[in-house]
Design a protein around this ligand. Structure first.
Ligand code: UDP
Length: 238
């Protein structure tokens, strides 16, 4: 048990974070840093799953706004998440820890297909499971996937990694009067339309009483800090 009291968590890592300082793509140094962070968090004794986004490579809605077919673009977005998950899986295993990428989109030559009971077994065996391919359906996001997998895996919380240290009333980079919340309810997050997650993700979290911990991934060791109750974060729900 960690200081913050979480035994089983799902970390949501956006694709954008994996690009590091680059506008697009996968920055290997950043992947290696996140892998080390996840391995350190796992060493606290917490059971750890990770839902990886794909926005560093392709976002369906953006591609559709340039004329692509939305459902095809979303499938491409889901494939992007698989690439990111493979990069993380490989980086975690290079550190000597055990990881398993599982894709909601079947591609047996590439990685295991997501199956709830198999994923639970991997977690129970101490592996870090990388949930790839989103929900496997177009028109959803990997934020929603994170809450969905948290519900399926019986996780205590979703740790949503961002570039800022919590949820603010407005964009703190643009509005100096923006207020930072330490805690807020999922109802408040939905009513105030706080953009940190989409409404589908928030309402699923509310229905299943899964708190979302919003924290900054910018500093090395961030996941471990939040789990041990040291790091700054906003707790939404719970
Ligand atoms: N996506 C999808 N269904 C899902 C999850 C993701 O179609 O269940 C697609 C969608 O096109 C999305 C892309 O995959 O834009 C990448 O995911 P997301 O935008 O959530 O990644 P992030 O913003 O976290 O990097």
């Amino acid at each position: 048990m960690t200081t913050a009291g979480y035994r089983r968590i799902i970390v949501k890592l956006s694709g954008e974070a994996l690009a590091g300082d680059m506008p697009h793509g996968i920055d290997q140094a950043t992947v290696d840093r996140f892998a080390a962070d996840l391995v350190a968090a796992r060493a606290l004794g917490v059971t750890l799953g990770v839902v990886v986004g794909g926005g560093n490579l392709l976002r369906g809605a953006t591609a559709a706004s340039h004329g692509a077919d939305r459902t095809v673009a979303d499938v491409m977005g889901m494939l992007a998440t698989v690439m990111n998950a493979l990069a993380l899986e490989s980086a975690i295993e290079r550190l000597g820890a055990s990881a398993r990428a599982m894709s909601a989109v079947e591609m047996p030559q590439v990685c295991e297909t997501y199956e709830r009971r198999a994923a639970r077994r991997h977690l129970a065996d101490g592996r870090i499971v990388l949930f790839a391919g989103g929900t496997g359906n177009p028109f959803f996001t990997t934020d929603t996937t994170a809450v969905l997998r948290a519900a399926e895996m019986g996780a205590d919380a979703v740790l949503k990694a961002t570039n800022v240290d919590g949820v603010y009333s407005a964009d703190p980079k643009r509005d100096p009067s923006a207020r930072r919340y330490d805690r807020l309810s999922l109802d408040e997050a939905i009513e105030r339309r706080l953009g940190v997650m989409d409404l589908t993700a928030f309402s699923l979290a509310r229905d299943h009483r899964i708190p979302i911990i919003v924290f900054s991934i910018r500093e090395p060791g961030a996941v471990e800090s939040v789990l041990s109750g040291r790091g700054r974060a906003t707790i939404v729900g719970g």
